[in-house]
Write a protein that binds this ligand. Structure first.
Ligand SMILES: Nc1ncnc2c1ncn2[C@@H]1O[C@H](COP(=O)(O)OP(=O)(O)OP(=O)(O)O)[C@@H](O)[C@H]1O
Length: 706
């Protein structure tokens, strides 16, 4: 089997040694291997024989397995082909052992570690001018979800398509230049896998693992070829009579079945060639491996089987699957691209051959002309048998000419091909030139933009300086405003103390006023007047009584006078009566005097009280006015203090904003693409800046903020 072999899907069957309960079963095996064939003897029924590219005994070594097909595919990768190696089989049939083996023991190493050695052996012996670029990825497909085994955070990755075909988005691809690194990466990947497997029962058997390595080679002339290899350890097929885990859940089985059934359908469709539609998109596995199945890839399927009659059904099922895969034809081609220098070199060589051929044709044509001339002269002069000889010579030459013509045609074909190549290359060159021109224009534009950006940057720096200065000024203003606020607060406290004092005074006055209210004074006065009037009344009563007594005495006197006249004896009595009258008159006058003085006193007191009342009222009015003034002043100060607080808040916010902008500006300074943003920020900052002095102005004009 060579790398250039035409049908490039190889199927190898590998039987593993007996394990577990198989060792105690009788008969031990139901298989017979003869070279590329295996005959299965199912208990109680007829035997079936299958032929494959290779069938490996249970005692086969890992090296024999690697040499059966994988090695050729790996070598083909180094020639620029794509390749895929699958391991397929029932649960615990030896898929993982075949694919990875035991990486610590060289003899028991599986395909993957051996593949790495082959690649690096080839690199070691290759032309030292060739540059190799190697990248690897390692992922797991479980329940139709893709997990990155080289990145523990790479869960449920998306499968996307680009013009090259399907690819896994965000899958970590590690570039590496030494085999040790790749061995380490595999260890890391397997560790991640076993960690994930331990979190979910049955996952190990229900997941497909995909290891991929791509090798790109670049010559000093610029041509390159790239080969990509997929190594796929498929999930176990559904029924595993020996080791099927009780934890292998229904959903897991369903998912495994979906992908493996799709794989089977695709392989059957490709083998039968009944339709051109291949349902690659039915599962993620087949989508990823599209090129490996019926496409541009050299593919090997390694079917792992148990030799025990206990697993005969699964073994037969796997072998039938392998038979179908065998009929699939892939069409691998080298993924190569020649450099322009190489194409030109080839063209020059072919041109040289063409010129040589043309020269030979002209020589032969000359020869032919000569022969024709000879033949003519022979026809004219020679016998018939001699003519036959000449004709024989002529046919040989003709044959030679025809050959040469064919070769010329071939060369012309080649020439055309190379001309086309050159044409397309020239076209590409022209396109490149156009692209270069465009690139130059873009470059110029970029330079212009860069200049503009430089200017803008300078502007920004300048504005920044202004901004910093204005921030300083604002800070100073803020400080002085803070001082203002402090002094205003002091004044306010004083005023509040005064208001409190005034309130106390007012309270006292109010109390005084209530105790000395006009009504009360009036009432007091009225009472006194009433008392005086009563006294006066009593005195008047007494006076009336006295007048009555006087009248009575006068009457008596008159009567006595009359009687004295008459009697002249009553002269003494008259004198006594006149004396009593004089006394009563004197008392009356005194009482009248007393009453007048009491009235006079009461009036003086009333006047004094009225005056006092007026004075108190005046004082009360003054204090009330003072109190309302204080209240007004307090309100004004309160309003002023609120405004000042608001102003302080605005200033603090402005400073905060400016700080943030400054931080952003610093950030933006290093990134020219964000300069527009910076400009906007700066404008905003400037507007903030410019708005501040106007506020201050307003404040100073109005004696406060409005
Ligand atoms: N060719 C072989 N030589 C020696 N031991 C083998 C061979 N093949 C498989 N084994 C052993 O058989 C057991 C099962 O193999 P392995 O785990 O590779 O099976 P599997 O098909 O990958 O299982 P699963 O489907 O569960 O992933 C392991 O203990 C392994 O070491």
């Amino acid at each position: 089997m060579t790398a250039n072999d035409e049908s490039w899907v190889k199927v190898v069957v590998r039987f593993r040694p007996l394990i577990g309960t198989e060792l105690g079963y009788n008969p031990l095996t139901c298989i017979e291997i003869t070279e590329d064939q295996v005959t299965i003897y199912p208990p109680g029924t007829i035997s079936l024989t299958f032929t494959f590219n290779s069938v490996l005994e249970p005692i086969s070594t890992q090296e024999q397995m690697y040499d059966s097909a994988p090695r050729n595919i790996v070598e083909a990768i180094m020639q620029g082909f794509n390749g895929t190696i699958f391991t397929y089989g029932q649960l615990s049939s030896g898929k993982t052992y075949t694919m990875f083996g035991e990486t610590t023991e060289p003899e028991r190493m599986g395909i993957v570690p051996r593949m790495i050695n082959t690649i690096f052996d080839t690199i070691d012996t290759a032309d030292e001018n060739i540059e190799f670029l190697i990248k690897v990825s390692f992922c797991e497909l479980y329940m139709e979800k893709i997990y990155d085994l080289l990145n523990p955070l790479g869960n449920d990755l998306k499968l996307k398509n680009n013009k090259k075909g399907p690819y896994i988005e965000n899958l970590r691809e590690v570039y590496t230049s030494c085999d040790f690194d790749i061995h380490e990466l595999i260890k890391v990947g397997l560790l991640n896998k076993s960690h994930r497997d331990s979190q979910s029962h049955g996952r190990a058997s229900a997941s497909h693992t995909l290891f991929s390595i791509s090798v790109q080679q670049v010559t000093p002339e610029g041509s390159y070829k790239v080969g990509k290899l997929y190594l796929v350890d498929l999930a176990g097929t559904e029924k595993g009579s020996v080791a099927s885990s009780p934890t292998f859940k229904h959903e897991q089985m369903k998912s495994v079945n979906t992908s493996l059934t799709t794989l089977g359908i695709i392989i059957s469709t490709l083998a039968e060639k009944t339709t051109s539609f291949i349902p690659y998109r039915a599962s993620k596995l087949t989508r990823i491996l599209q090129e490996s199945l019926g496409g541009n890839s050299k593919t090997a399927l390694i079917i792992t089987c148990s030799p025990s009659p206990l697993n005969v059904e699964e073994t037969l099922s796997s072998l039938r699957f392998g038979t179908r895969v065998k009929s699939v034809k892939n069409h691998p081609v080298v993924n190569r691209e020649h450099s322009l220098i190489e194409l030109k070199g080839q063209f020059v060589k072919k041109l040289d051959i063409y010129h040589q051929m043309s020269y030979r044709i002209s020589v032969l044509e000359e020869k032919l002309d000569k022969v024709n001339q000879e033949r003519l002269s022979l026809r004219m002069y020679s016998a018939e048998d001699e003519g036959v000889k000449c004709l024989v010579d002529y046919s040989e030459i003709k044959q030679e000419i025809d050959d040469v013509r064919d070769r010329i045609l071939e060369q012309e074909e080649l020439k055309k091909h190379y001309e086309m190549n050159i044409e397309s290359t020239t076209f590409s060159i022209n396109e490149l030139k156009i692209a270069e021109e465009q690139h130059k224009i873009n470059l110029e534009e970029l330079e212009n933009q860069s200049n503009i950006l430089d200017i803008e940057l300078k502007d920004i720096e300048h504005n920044l300086e202004i901004l910093v200065t204005s921030i300083d000024t604002m800070s100073t203003n803020l400080e002085s405003e803070n001082l203002d606020i402090e002094s205003m607060e002091l004044t306010l406290a004083k005023i509040q103390a005064e208001i409190e004092h005034s309130k106390c005074q007012l309270k006292c006055l109010t109390e005084m006023r209530s105790s000395l209210s006009k009504a009360a004074v009036e009432e007091q006065l009225r009472r006194r007047i009433r008392e005086e009037k009563d006294k006066n009344k009593i005195m008047k009563e007494e006076m009336r009584k006295m007048e009555y007594e006087i009248d009575l005495l006068l009457f008596k006197k008159y009567r006595d006078y009359i009687e004295a006249d008459a009697l002249q004896a009553t002269g003494k009595k008259n004198f006594e009566v006149e004396l009593a009258i004089d006394k009563a008159r004197m008392k009356f006058l005194e009482d009248e005097r007393n009453m007048n003085s009491v009235q006079k006193n009461a009036k003086t007191q009333l006047d004094a009280l009225s005056k006092m009342l007026d004075k108190i009222s005046k004082e009360y009015r003054g204090l009330t006015g003072q109190f309302s003034e204080s209240q007004l002043e307090k309100m004004i100060f309160q309003r002023k203090s609120v405004r000042l607080e608001e102003k302080v808040k605005i200033l603090a916010e402005d400073i905060d904003k400016i700080d943030k902008r400054l931080a952003r500006i610093e950030k933006v300074n290093g990134n020219a693409s964000q300069i527009g943003e910076l400009g906007r920020l700066l404008q905003k900052s400037n507007s903030v800046n410019s708005s501040l002095p106007s506020r201050r102005l307003q404040y100073s004009i109005n004696g406060g903020f409005s």
